[in-house]
Design a protein around this ligand. Structure first.
Ligand code: SF4
Length: 365
């Protein structure tokens, strides 16, 4: 019998399962509390459930759906996790410590950046995730469990701590989140629900490389998620050079969709702009970038490029980065220059996974 993933169950689907197995509804809440709030790592931990019920649950559901394959920490305590999925594929999450200039407000403690696909089909020229092509979409449970697994690791290290570690989520890891729209929405519904992850919608940032139709769909959802647009070029010429998606949805179409999002959600957009030497860091890019930011009432996050092994792109000199920032600010744009955390730990998305997959391939006879 095909088993489904426990972490992807909603309160209703869990109650339906309990009813179908002659169990009272409160058992569903007990299971969900073990999964989302009580850091259970396996069935044995769910000590207030009868053994027979646990055995039946185990026969119906897979839990957990991912295992830690590797963990890297850096000096500034950014930590990167490589997860092994049930089909021996890998995805990554990155835990970034408190930094008010990132996403959300000053009370931020930890932001977790999570993946939505194994690999990526969008082939942005500067990105490690797309280097090896697209493998598959993540299931809702596999998206959710990246958060749960980090919480479990935190809880195991500090058992006395009662509070959650992750209170801010960015959907910006491996993959194009809006290309896995249905599963992502399923995961976010559970991560946002009070009985589930209980992470406020305004603490969740969904990123996209520019899927204009899905941005409009997201705008029509009831949740107030933040939207991060991976712009990286403020003219079609520059953007198309590094992001093939721009040929399908050119800037005009993308910015129109983002403006629609802005009108529905009011001030929830950030523009991500990775500064790449000689590609998009020229002074001429600042005026069109400022125009887009002003139209969307958006803040601009400038991120100096992290070099990726096997790719030719370079990060601009610090003086060039600062000059770009200053020009934007002179044009009345709210902009920050993010000194990338985790530069020393393969922090650009997809790098750790690629390296480990290569190592595993090398071990094959
Ligand atoms: S930047 Fe994002 S959309 Fe582009 S290839 Fe990388 S993971 Fe895919």
């Amino acid at each position: 019998m095909q088993r489904t993933f426990l972490a992807g169950q909603t309160r209703q689907s869990m109650r339906d399962w309990m009813a179908g197995n002659g169990q009272p509804a409160y058992r569903a809440d007990q299971v969900l509390a073990w999964v989302h709030q009580r850091h259970a790592a396996d069935w044995a931990a769910m000590s207030d459930l009868p053994k027979l019920l646990r055995e039946r649950l185990q026969a119906s559901f897979n839990f957990p759906s991912l295992r830690l394959a590797q963990q890297q920490g850096s000096e500034d305590t950014t930590r990167k996790f490589l997860w092994r999925l049930h089909d021996a594929t890998f995805v990554e999450s990155v835990l970034i410590p408190a930094n008010p200039s990132l996403y959300g407000d000053k009370s931020d403690r930890h932001t977790l950046c999570i993946s939505t696909q194994v690999g990526c089909a969008y082939g942005c020229k500067f990105c490690a995730s797309g280097l090896d092509g697209f493998k598959r979409n993540l299931e809702p449970a596999e998206i959710i469990e990246q958060v749960l697994a980090v919480e479990r690791i935190h809880h195991a290290a500090t058992p006395a701590s009662k509070s959650r570690l992750v209170n801010n989520l960015v959907i910006m890891g491996m993959g194009e989140p809006l290309a896995n729209y249905v599963n992502l929405m399923g995961a976010l519904e559970i991560l946002n629900a009070e009985w589930g992850g209980n992470i406020g919608a305004r603490k969740i940032t969904v990123s996209t490389s520019g899927l204009a139709p899905q941005i409009r769909m997201l705008a029509d959802q009831p949740w107030q998620f933040r939207l991060a647009l991976s712009l990286h070029g403020a003219t079609d010429e520059v953007r198309s050079r590094i992001m093939p998606i721009n040929r399908k949805y050119p800037l005009q179409e993308l910015v129109d969709a983002a403006a629609y999002y802005q009108t529905r959600k009011k001030g929830m957009i950030t523009l991500e702009y990775i500064l790449i030497a000689g590609v998009n860091d020229m002074p001429e890019q600042t005026l069109p970038l400022a125009r887009i930011a002003q139209r969307l009432h958006a803040k601009v996050n400038l991120i100096p490029y992290n070099t990726v092994e096997g790719l030719p792109w370079q990060r601009p000199e610090p003086a060039v980065q600062t000059a770009f920032l200053k020009r934007l600010q002179a044009l009345n744009v709210t902009a920050t220059l993010r000194r990338e955390k985790g530069h020393d730990i393969d922090a650009a998305c997809g790098q750790l996974r690629l390296r480990v997959e290569k190592e595993i391939a090398a071990l094959q006879p």
